[in-house]
Design a protein around this ligand. Structure first.
Ligand code: SF4
Ligand code: SF4
Length: 149
């Protein structure tokens, strides 16, 4: 018994320090780590794709007016799956390396992005912002629609 404990002590002492100094020293995450997401509202076209794939439903899309779409991220429910970033066609969502998200105020985990949506002069429905429209190869003016259309 004493011998086995002695052996154990020798092994432990020989191993040296096996714990990390974090939080007293910074601990950079490993490559590919998925931390808190960030949203660039300048790039977002308001397609809602991120909200569709978010399993815990922490992305809420609302249209408070005809020309505005609001994306709200309630990240206190986020599972860090990064599906939102994967599906975003405009690469507006970035997965950062931020992992120190413990807070006593849920507002710290709330992101709100307002996206301007142009509205169609004919039907009044929203369509994508100029960010996406700029990429279209518009070849010519299509003319004014006939009255009654
Ligand atoms: S990382 Fe996953 S859970 Fe978090 S907001 Fe994106 S889709 Fe939702
Ligand atoms: S963040 Fe990306 S996926 Fe989400 S609404 Fe904007 S453009 Fe679409």
């Amino acid at each position: 018994m004493i011998l086995s404990k002695l052996k154990e002590a020798i092994i432990c002492l020989g191993a040296g320090r096996v714990t990390l100094p974090y939080p007293f020293a910074p601990h950079p995450p490993a490559e590919g780590f998925r931390g808190k997401v960030e949203v660039d509202s300048e790039k977002c076209i308001g397609c809602g794709g991120c909200a569709n794939v978010c399993t815990p439903r922490c992305i809420v899309v609302t249209d408070p007016s005809q020309d505005t779409r609001v994306l709200e991220f309630f990240l206190e429910r986020c599972t860090y799956c990064a599906r939102c970033a994967e599906v975003c066609p405009e690469e507006a969502i970035t997965v950062t390396e931020q992992f120190e998200t413990a807070t006593n105020d849920t507002q710290d985990m709330h992101i709100k992005a307002e996206v301007y949506m142009g509205s169609c002069q004919r039907c009044g429905r929203c369509f994508e912002t100029s960010t996406a429209l700029d990429k279209l190869m518009v070849t010519g003016f299509q003319g004014v629609p006939e009255s009654g259309e």
